[in-house]
Design a protein around this ligand. Structure first.
Ligand code: FEO
Length: 401
């Protein structure tokens, strides 16, 4: 998309990326896309705030040139060093060698390590202000949202918060960059939650600190470096991030994530019966085949729902491997406080339940109930499975947070 003016002489000059298969080499984004939002402020001093991924330099340069020539750039603000926002820094420096790079003291050695740039870098301190002429910027450090060196930049005259990863989300920008012009806000909120669970969740305590720290600012526009720019209702995305951060301690909302896998159909049959029980309990639930659905999507729902139903068979005296992989990711992302049930088939010794119990202890999840059966379930076992689903669903609906 061509440049878009957010406020007088404040321009979005970002790019959409549909080509990267896996964001961070891990999370699928090629289908729904992702945006790298960069901003250019024109004043007596011209400032670029955050850049784009290196493979988009040509498009990025074109975007800059729609507003100013690179030689007229005075400052480049690097809020965050992850290369989706800084990857074009070396190339930009070649066409704008006069521009001073502004960053936190923690970012400076990273810039040297990633881009071997030594000169023309100026560090700022938390709360520092910078006058551009008619506009004034202020910098606030928000460590670990997403890396330890991260800060946000606040433009004071129009009240625009350039928040980088904070309040961002997946999803390329289609036709508009603004929340108040967007026809499918639910899509962007859903993709923001997936982004949160994939990228930011581990640092939820720091997200809460950042929101508290920025609470006095009350921005008119929240302009992250991924996803929509929140102009119509800037508080909406802040409140969503607050709610999602709280899930790390509350365990989430009243819903069940059903994780299932099967080898020859025995556990699948039981899972179908379990779902009948869940349905009768009227608890909201979402079902994922762990063999087929990418963990990126599962982590989103796992983060959100306080109930987790695991329905996988024993595999070589332990957990079904795709499920074990998912639990490993859940641990790395700090997903805690869940209520769990297990059901599944075994052929000779069992073992899945035993391994799941160890994972639950490790994850700070509570195993509520379980039902293992040998081979295919009997009529009586099917009945018990349905009762288990119904009981668990009712419990998840009622459990207080
Ligand atoms: Fe969008 Fe942590 O980079």
């Amino acid at each position: 998309m061509p440049r878009i003016e957010i406020a007088p002489n404040v321009f979005w000059i970002g790019v959409n990326d549909y080509n990267t298969e896996l964001f961070e080499g891990l999370w699928p984004v090629s289908e729904k896309g992702v945006s790298y939002n960069s901003y250019l402020l024109k004043d007596q001093k011209n400032v670029l705030i955050d850049l784009v991924k290196s493979s988009y330099f040509d498009e990025f340069l074109y975007q800059i040139k729609q507003v100013i020539e690179p030689r007229d750039l005075h400052y480049i603000v690097v809020n965050h060093m992850e290369p989706d926002h800084s990857g074009t820094l070396s190339l930009l420096r070649e066409v704008a060698p006069q521009a001073t790079i502004l960053c936190t003291p923690q970012a400076q050695p990273m810039i040297q390590a990633f881009y071997h740039l030594e000169k023309g870098i100026q560090t700022v301190q938390d709360g520092d202000e910078l006058s551009l002429g008619t506009k004034k910027l202020q910098f606030f450090f928000i460590p670990f949202v997403h890396w330890p060196e991260t800060m946000v930049t606040f433009e004071q005259s129009f009240g625009i918060l350039f928040s980088c990863d904070a309040f961002g989300g997946y999803g390329a920008l289609k036709g508009t960059i603004f929340d108040d012009q967007c026809q499918n806000l639910d899509f962007y909120i859903d993709e923001a939650l997936r982004y949160y669970a994939n990228i930011v969740a581990k640092f939820s305590a720091m997200v809460k600190k950042a929101i508290a720290k920025l609470s006095d600012i009350k921005p008119n526009v929240v302009a992250p470096s991924h996803g929509l720019i929140w102009r119509g209702n800037p508080q909406q995305i802040v409140e969503l991030y607050q709610k999602w951060a709280d899930f790390q301690t509350t365990g989430g909302e009243a819903g069940v994530t059903l994780l299932y896998g099967t080898m020859y159909g025995a556990t699948e049959k039981a899972t179908e019966t379990f779902m009948q029980g869940l349905l009768k309990s009227e608890v909201p639930f979402e079902v994922f085949d762990v063999r087929k659905i990418h963990p990126s999507y599962i982590l989103k729902t796992l983060w959100q729902n306080r109930g987790v139903a695991v329905a996988v068979p024993t595999y070589e005296t332990g957990l079904f491997p795709p499920l074990a992989h998912l639990l490993d990711l859940a641990k790395r992302k700090g997903i805690a406080g869940k209520k769990v049930v297990y059901l599944g088939s075994f052929a000779w010794s069992g073992g899945a339940k035993r391994e799941l119990e160890k994972w639950c202890a490790d994850l700070n999840w509570e195993m509520i109930d379980s039902l293992e059966f040998k081979g295919n379930p009997t009529i009586q076992e099917f009945q018990k499975v349905e009762e288990l689903g119904n009981r668990f669903g009712k419990m998840i609906k009622q459990v207080s947070i």
